[in-house]
Ligand binder design. Structure first.
Ligand SMILES: Nc1nc2c([nH]c(=O)n2[C@H]2C[C@H](O)[C@@H](COP(=O)(O)OP(=O)(O)OP(=O)(O)O)O2)c(=O)[nH]1
Length: 138
């Protein structure tokens, strides 16, 4: 049976642009050099919010506020199954790109699900349509 992992990702929107962090090399080719939401695996005993706060400190040296749940998807990869919970967040401090290959703030019209980890595609599509439609997301 495939391993099922629980992952949390933070969605940071600034001036209508979404933070997209690019993973570097990976033993799984389908996520290598793809954009993802900054975050990682939820450890035993952690809430998703606690995991996000810990991961943002580790990966970006940042303090954050978790605002609200955005969307959860479950996706089956060739080697494992991931349930990815995403939350809208905001930075309470500066941040640095410590563990990713790069990080970019992308406009809605620059969000292309093909550049993202495959599990993220439905979330990227929702963000793209909401950024196009609504001023609330800005
Ligand atoms: N962080 C993150 N991971 C994602 C996303 N989409 C997606 O498929 N994943 C996958 C890639 C990884 O295989 C897995 C997350 O594991 P990870 O390696 O980042 O977790 P971690 O930071 O706890 O790392 P580690 O302790 O295992 O080294 O989930 C996403 O948007 N954000």
């Amino acid at each position: 049976m495939k391993k099922h992992i629980e992952v949390v990702g933070g969605i940071f929107i600034r001036k209508g642009k979404v933070l997209a962090s690019m993973r570097g090399e990976s033993k799984y080719a389908y996520v290598a050099h793809k954009y993802e939401f900054v975050g990682g695996k939820i450890e035993a005993g952690e809430t998703p919010e606690q995991a996000l706060t810990r991961e943002l400190c580790e990966e970006m040296g940042a303090k954050i506020e978790v605002i609200s749940h955005y969307m959860t998807v479950t996706h089956e990869y060739p080697d494992f199954i991931v349930t990815l919970q995403t939350y809208l967040c905001r930075f309470l401090s500066d941040f640095q790109v410590l563990e990713h290959e790069r990080a970019d703030f992308l406009r809605g019209d620059e969000l292309d699900e093909n550049n993202w980890a495959p599990a993220d595609a439905p979330i990227v599509r929702k963000l793209k349509s909401e950024l196009a439609d609504s001023k609330d997301m800005r």
